[in-house]
Design a protein around this ligand. Structure first.
Ligand SMILES: NC(=O)c1ccc[n+]([C@@H]2O[C@H](COP(=O)([O-])OP(=O)(O)OC[C@H]3O[C@@H](n4cnc5c(N)ncnc54)[C@H](OP(=O)(O)O)[C@@H]3O)[C@@H](O)[C@H]2O)c1
Length: 286
């Protein structure tokens, strides 16, 4: 039985992955902010909750302290982790900063994934065959805006998610270089457009509503997105770092995903966390 943790596991692709692992007999903890969605997940899991195979762990992963609290909780609850899926996201048409002072999308879509990837290395390494699935850009979003990583000068909601995706590509490149453990693989996935809830805060322009509706109508099904990614998660013996776009392995281009840039982003991220005096404490962060 595998131990599986899925941020954003209460909805969309994350929820469908959670269901897949439950049906396989694994134990699954999903993370989200909505108690109602968490309750719905547990209701659908039926007896598995009482049997200790399905959990809902509420956390607002846009906040640093909530990430460190989650890391502590997971490390205390599970001796080892086999699958970590990083899928929480929330669209915002307008730029917003979190109480920690980070641009909200940067905080949820990138910083949280940085903290959870690094903070859970110990239980992941005890698996013997672990995989981290992070929904990134898979090279599609171009290089980061190094001088404006939190998009203070020019912000667009959809572009902000793409930008954070490119940061996650670099997170993965740095991660596999930093930890020599061959038993933790990292998979970056861009699923293409998938017909999920597209939850978020949107402006009220008719064009925006039309664009979202168009995405819902033309996106692939959630089942298709899950079918596309499962083959890259299951077998051991694959490359330590894989990038996948709509079910096909793709190269991460050196232009957007060089190790030099990956280390640079890592160092900037640590400085940012340190400068805001966030106590990430002794959680294995490099
Ligand atoms: N759908 C697409 O077309 C598409 C395209 C490209 C990439 N992707 C990527 O695929 C991944 C999954 O996307 P999706 O469309 O399946 O997502 P989704 O259906 O919109 O679900 C988002 C999940 O994130 C959780 N979440 C939102 N804010 C959170 C917060 N502050 N803290 C913790 N959890 C939070 C939500 O739970 P609560 O509501 O309970 O907070 C929900 O479970 C994402 O990384 C996304 O960027 C999707």
């Amino acid at each position: 039985m595998k131990t599986v943790v899925i941020t954003g596991g209460t909805d969309g692709i994350g929820r469908a992955l959670a269901q897949t692992y439950l049906e396989r007999g694994d134990q699954v903890a999903v993370v989200g902010t909505s108690q109602a969605k968490g309750d719905a997940f547990l209701a659908a899991a039926g007896d598995l909750g009482a049997q200790g195979r399905a959990w809902f762990l509420p956390a607002d992963l846009g906040l640093i302290d909530e990430n460190t609290r989650l890391i502590d909780r997971l490390a205390a609850q599970f001796e080892s982790l086999d699958v970590l899926v990083l899928a929480a996201r929330y669209h915002r048409s307008a730029r917003v900063e979190t109480p920690d002072g980070f641009e909200a999308n940067f905080a949820l879509f990138y910083l949280s994934r940085y903290l959870l990837s690094h903070g859970l290395v110990s239980p992941l390494s005890r698996s013997g065959s672990a995989v981290i699935l992070n929904f990134g850009a898979a090279g599609l979003a171009g290089p980061p805006r190094w001088e404006d990583l939190q998009l203070a000068r020019q912000y667009h909601g959809v572009a902000a998610m793409g930008h954070a995706g490119s940061l996650n590509d670099l997170l993965a490149v740095d991660f596999v270089d930093r930890y020599p453990d061959p038993n933790i693989r990292y998979v970056i996935n861009h699923p293409g457009v998938v017909s999920t809830s597209f939850a978020g805060e949107y402006d009220h322009a008719p064009q925006t509503a039309a664009e979202v509706e168009q995405l819902r109508l033309t996106g692939k099904t959630i089942d298709t997105a899950v079918r596309h990614i499962l083959p890259f998660l299951d077998p051991a013996g694959q490359a330590r770092l894989s990038a996948v776009c709509e079910g096909a392995a793709v190269p991460l281009h050196p232009e957007t995903s060089s190790l030099t840039d990956a280390r640079r982003l890592h160092d900037i991220t640590r400085q940012l966390l340190d400068s805001r005096q966030h106590s990430v404490g002794d959680r294995g962060l490099p």
